[in-house]
Design a protein around this ligand. Structure first.
Ligand SMILES: Nc1ncnc2c1ncn2[C@@H]1O[C@H](COP(=O)(O)OP(=O)(O)OP(=O)(O)O)[C@@H](O)[C@H]1O
Length: 657
């Protein structure tokens, strides 16, 4: 960046700002109003971050890079959720102090309804990148700012957040908005690649030099060759909105049969194909496959040439299978859940798994499938929350030829039919729209599916496992969940414990590390354990993201610690460490007792602890013993003559006080 100007270009912006001001007045705001300094409480903010975990995780590295480009310009980078609440900020410390004076900090809403015209609120209201400079802000207090913001869309084009650079008006730079837009595009492309990691992804552009850049079009196809989604550039190149393109066959979009394009791509991996868009424009394209096909029912059609060694693939497959034994890691509540689920193992009793996000609901469903006579048939998972309403119906029930505009060729079987003979896992069933609930109810009653646009019923035999973190009973009261469906799906209801309420954290850490190492080609260089300090931090963490968060923290840490004997505190992500600060420790549910609590534990229960110094001394002794035993809880407990749970409890007492 070399050029600076005093104010942003006005062309085309006057209307945007005028309309935003009109909306601000309609919200009843007054320009002289003082900024509201009521951010979300820390725990509520943490939960909000957890709700937006995918956006947050993909945005963080991009924010760092963006910040590096604007460092020392009296500005900061902000990430918000779709409502304009700031999730994360990075900035020059002196400007951060100034920003706090106008409440530009995490946990604060910058929606137009709260703050009037401002780049975040206005970009989200208009769904387009926006600059709001100095006096254009509705609230006088904010007129010290110049802000450039771009909304961020999920892989289905829905706005899920915004990226913003805000700074002192005097530091306005005309290229900032372009930087912000490009950064938002990078985040969107990461989200897209992640969402469709198992699909066939086609990168394309009319000019070959744009392949692999931010400007490339990205389109994802299912195993049946129909379009799952496309990024902004792809839609621009197709010249049509996503709604009009969804479920269109590959051939209608690129003028070549899907299998032929795949074959050509697999014969010469990495080489570009030439395809023709419906407009007649020729594009160069590169097709990418996942090692594992997206739909097990169509495995043959998308299987790729082996990319890694057979041994590594076998190890991966071994590591990937989830069974009851995988899940039984010594927690009494979990053991009780597994015992109940095992009782209905061979029977087609619907299972409803309740539990907070990331507690392992899908893994339980997979284990249930693996342990059932249906194990050789497909396990098909559908996340009802991650699909737009319009797509859920087609995804689940399938559609006949021509059910969608332009879908002339083949229809699609739908996930229910794909799961025939096996297990259908409906995750986040509480998010299923009412209309689809009625259809699902009919399928369960009649054991057959009528695809969209069809008349013929296809018989299906599926075991249903549903999961939700919502309170379905409350939803029934509100009229947002059908009572008859509730009684259909809740044959056996089990609730998975939150990670903070489990007593087997150290064993889980060992198992997750073993699994992660088995997925690495150079596993010998990956540490197989965590240090005692790390375990102590883990014991005091509240884990709002539960097992998923633990697995993610370890996944990053194991890479950071490559070549080291163990994972140390320095290998843990900063954000995670920040979240585990002791002063942020909330009241937490007690960890459960082990099945056979012994006398030593009863004596050592927190309620009966002796005075603080004694407690301090015991905790230190335990920590030293742990360090001597390289963090091995069992060995430390043996050496001290204590039950393992007593060691965990002392560690927790130590780290929370
Ligand atoms: N028993 C387990 N041992 C180790 N890791 C686990 C276990 N269960 C789950 N995980 C980890 O947590 C992640 C999330 O698990 P899963 O998808 O089953 O949770 P979920 O409750 O279905 O989540 P959501 O509510 O968000 O759909 C898994 O991908 C895995 O990495």
């Amino acid at each position: 960046m070399t050029q600076r100007s005093v104010t942003p270009p006005a062309a085309g912006r006057a209307d945007v700002i005028a309309q935003a001001h009109a909306r601000s007045r309609e919200f009843g705001l007054r320009a002289s109003e003082a900024p509201d300094f009521h951010p979300l409480e820390r725990l509520a903010l943490r939960d909000l971050v957890e709700c937006n975990r995918s956006l947050y995780a993909h945005a963080l590295p991009v924010m760092e890079t963006l910040h590096a480009q604007i460092v020392d310009t009296q500005s900061m980078v902000l990430l918000t959720d779709s409502n304009g609440v700031i999730l994360h900020s990075l900035g020059d410390s002196d400007f951060v102090e100034k920003a706090k004076r106008v409440a530009l900090c995490p946990g604060v809403s910058w929606a137009e309804s709260d703050r009037g015209t401002n780049a975040i609120g206005t970009a989200l209201a208009d769904s387009q990148p926006t600059v709001v400079h100095g006096g254009e802000h509705f609230l006088q207090a904010n007129r010290i700012l110049t802000c450039s913001c771009a909304p961020i869309a999920d892989p289905y084009g829905r706005t899920i957040g915004a990226l913003d650079v805000s700074g002192d008006t005097r530091g306005f730079h005309k290229h900032t908005l372009a930087l912000v837009r490009m950064s938002a595009q990078i985040i969107e492309n990461h989200l897209f690649a992640n969402q469709f990691a198992e699909a066939v992804r086609v990168r394309f552009h009319a000019r070959s030099e744009f392949i692999g850049t931010l400007f490339e079009g990205l389109a994802a196809f299912g195993a049946d060759g129909t379009l799952l989604s496309a990024n902004r550039s792809a839609l621009f190149q197709f010249g049509r909105p996503l709604d009009a393109l969804l479920a269109q066959p590959f051939e209608a979009l690129f003028g070549t049969a899907f299998p032929a394009a795949l074959q050509q791509a697999s014969r010469a991996p990495g080489e570009c194909l030439t395809l023709v868009l419906p407009s007649g424009v020729r594009v160069v394209a590169r097709a990418e496959y996942a090692a594992r096909p997206m739909f097990s029912a169509d495995a043959g059609s998308t299987r790729t040439p082996a990319q890694s060694s057979a041994a590594l693939q076998a190890a991966r497959a071994r590591a990937a299978a989830v069974t009851f034994a995988t899940l039984d890691t010594g927690d009494a509540q979990m053991a009780a859940v597994l015992q109940r689920v095992a009782k209905v193992r061979g029977r087609d009793i619907p299972l409803l798994v309740l539990g907070k996000t990331g507690t392992g609901k899908e893994w339980l469903a997979r284990a249930m499938h693996e342990e059932s006579p249906r194990r050789d048939a497909p396990f098909v998972a559908v996340n009802c929350a991650s699909l737009p309403d319009t797509l859920i119906e087609a995804e689940l029930f399938g559609y006949e030829d021509g059910a969608f505009t332009g879908a002339k060729k083949r229809g699609s079987a739908g996930k229910i039919v794909q799961a025939d003979g096996g297990t259908l896992f409906l995750d986040e069933i509480g998010d299923m729209p009412l209309a689809q609930q009625v259809r699902l109810m009919r399928v369960l009653q009649e054991r057959s599916v009528v695809p969209l646009g069809g008349t013929r019923a296809i018989p299906v035999d599926v075991r249903i496992v549903c999961a939700t973190h919502r309170n379905l009973r409350a939803m029934i009261e509100e009229g947002t969940f059908r009572e008859d469906l509730y009684y259909r799906i809740n044959g056996l209801v089990v609730t998975l414990p939150a990670l903070a309420a489990r007593s087997d954290l150290p064993v889980l850490v060992e198992r997750i590390l073993a699994r992660l190492r088995s997925e690495e080609p150079d596993s010998a260089r990956m540490p197989a354990r965590v240090s005692a300090d790390v375990l102590a931090i883990f014991m005091r963490c509240r884990w709002p993201g539960n097992l998923r968060q633990l697995a993610n923290v370890l996944r990053t840490a194991v890479i950071m610690a490559e070549g080291a004997d163990e994972i140390g505190v320095e290998h843990l992500p900063d954000d995670f460490l920040h979240d585990c600060e002791p002063e942020r420790e909330p009241e937490r549910p007690e960890r459960s007792e082990p099945p056979h609590a012994d006398a030593a534990q009863a004596e050592d229960s927190p309620a009966m602890l002796r005075p603080a110094r004694m407690e301090e001394w015991q905790a230190t002794l335990i920590e030293q013993t742990l360090a001597r035993n390289n963090g091995n809880i069992s060995a430390a407990a043996r050496e001290l003559g204590l039950a393992r749970n007593t060691v965990y409890r002392y560690m927790r007492m130590r780290t929370t006080h």
